[in-house]
Design a protein around this ligand. Structure first.
Ligand code: GLN
Length: 499
């Protein structure tokens, strides 16, 4: 079987090829590793590949397959965002602070993939500590967009998005605190899902803003996202915010996402909320055109568009950029040069060691967040900023509760523009923060949300359709996306070969 076929295949196709013994897991992993070796220098999607460890897992998977123990992901390579701690693998979080840190245990998500017999293909590049919207703040250098290598990949899970977009991996994991799965998915033409808060365990996922962080999958189709969710989701007693719910099959609604579906109109009866706040100044015309065309395709499938309002949503970015840095400043206090990670080579006393370690080990964006977070939590400012932001957060969640009385899902752009040029926003952090306007509300409210490819904008760069659902409606959202992907082929488009 040719490498080309393998590197463009869906999870389901790969699994059938493995089941039919057309290919072994070892051959599959070698094909992907060859491809990574050929193009990673250009794209910088992976921080670590370790062929010896991946191939050992592949051999174990082949043995399982030979014994007839074949699950949907057995023997299949999955790339993991370097925010997930994995035993025996460098787990850097894109930071010099953790450059020398090798995982002593497995994150819950890694555990689940291992138990499913999946193969860890490598650890992907990301914004330092997941702080950013472009994947340029990594200590390992920026990730490049395979559609135009002088453009950004989106962030912070840019490496995972690019790995899937450029067929360096059939699927990948990411984390989403304010859009870090959905926004890079949109900017690279891949599918990405942020589950309901609490559905995927955060155990072993380096903490950025704990009340917002949620792991989620990247893949080439909604059906593949469902396969990934079936492995990633589930209760874990080691995460106090993990939800103890009965396991569910995320593929169950792919064929009929609404009860009133008909053969001709699979989305008949589905109400798609369109918020007036989402289509206004700041949204680029090329992005809006692609979104409108996607909405037409959805209505042709039977869905009905309903006007809704999310009046507090314009306040989501200011609220997020108080709450997320506040939690980050607390979470990142553990990087002190004592417990693990980087320690400044020269210092005079303990205090000097702390100061030099953190001054040298963290990059500028992380320091900015720690400063903002420490400030908004400090005595005298707490009520004015942090408490106020928490109140806005509640209003944002209430907006959604209100909106979901009138609609089943809410559709919007995932980002106001296509991917910008490398370096275009690094000098203006506020401009970068404003890019998160469509994605952060779902994190503040804890709702599930996804981005699926829906066309191309300026310079032939991908546009993503953002869909937010009510709590625990992932299966339905995936069904809606699956039906959309049955009548469109945006998700099948691949960038020209990058060399
Ligand atoms: N861009 C947002 C931030 O920098 C979101 C990042 C994320 O989801 N990890 O905080």
């Amino acid at each position: 079987m040719k490498d080309d076929y393998l590197t463009g295949a869906t999870l389901t196709e790969l699994s059938s090829a493995l089941a039919a013994k057309k290919i072994s897991s070892v051959e599959l992993i070698k094909a992907y590793l060859n491809r990574i070796a050929a193009v990673n220098q250009t794209l910088n999607a992976f921080i670590t590949v370790d062929p010896a460890q991946s191939l050992a897992q592949a051999r174990a998977a082949d043995a399982r397959i030979a014994r007839g123990e074949l699950g949907p992901l057995t023997g299949i390579p999955i790339a993991h965002k370097d925010i997930f701690v994995a035993r025996g693998w460098p787990s850097t979080c894109g930071s010099q602070m953790l450059a020398n840190f090798v995982g002593p245990y497995d994150a819950h998500v890694i555990d689940r993939f291992n138990a499913a017999g999946a193969v860890n293909l490598g650890k992907t590049n990301m914004d330092e500590f997941a702080m950013g919207s472009t994947s340029e703040s990594s200590w390992y250098g920026p990730v490049r967009n395979p559609w135009h290598t002088d453009h950004v990949a989106g962030g912070s899970s840019g490496g995972s998005a690019v790995a899937v977009a450029a067929s360096l991996a059939p699927a990948a994991t990411g984390s989403d605190t304010g859009g870090s799965v959905r926004q890079p998915a949109a900017l690279t033409g891949t599918c990405g899902l942020k589950p309901t808060y609490g559905v995927v365990s955060r155990y072993g996922m380096v903490a950025y803003a704990s009340s917002l962080d949620q792991g989620g999958p990247f893949a080439c189709s909604a059906a593949d996202l469902a396969v990934m969710m079936n492995v990633m989701a589930g209760f874990d007693a080691r995460d106090s915010t993990s939800l103890d719910r009965p396991p569910e099959d995320y593929s169950r609604s792919l064929g009929a996402p609404v009860a009133t579906a008909t053969a001709k109109q699979p989305l008949a009866g589905l109400r798609i909320g369109i918020a007036r706040e989402h289509f206004g100044p700041g949204l680029d015309a090329d992005v809006e055109a692609a979104i409108r065309a996607a909405l037409d395709a959805l209505t042709a499938l039977g869905a009905r568009l309903v006007d809704i309002s999310l009046p507090t949503s314009p306040m989501s970015v200011p609220a997020y950029y108080v709450i997320a840095p506040a939690e980050a400043s607390s979470n990142l206090s553990r990087f002190d040069g004592v417990r693990y990670g980087y320690r400044a080579p020269e210092y005079t006393d303990l205090r000097d060691m702390y100061c030099k370690t953190r001054a040298q080990g963290f990059g500028p964006e992380v320091k900015r967040r720690i400063l903002i977070g420490t400030y908004v939590l400090s005595h005298g400012y707490y009520d004015a900023y942090y408490l106020k932001a928490q109140k806005v957060r509640r209003l944002i969640a209430d907006d959604f509760t209100q909106a979901f009385k009138a609609c089943d899902v809410i559709a919007s752009p995932a980002a106001p523009t296509v991917a910008c040029r490398l370096g275009a926003m690094t000098a203006d952090p506020v401009q970068m923060y404003l890019n998160d306007i469509y994605t952060v509300p779902a994190n503040l409210a804890g709702l599930p949300a996804m981005s699926i490819p829906c066309g191309f904008g300026n310079r032939g760069l991908p546009v993503g359709l953002h869909v937010v659902g009510n709590y625990f409606s992932e299966a339905q959202m995936l069904g809606v996306a699956h039906q959309f992907q049955g009548v469109t082929d945006w998700h099948r488009k691949k960038p020209e070969e990058v060399a």
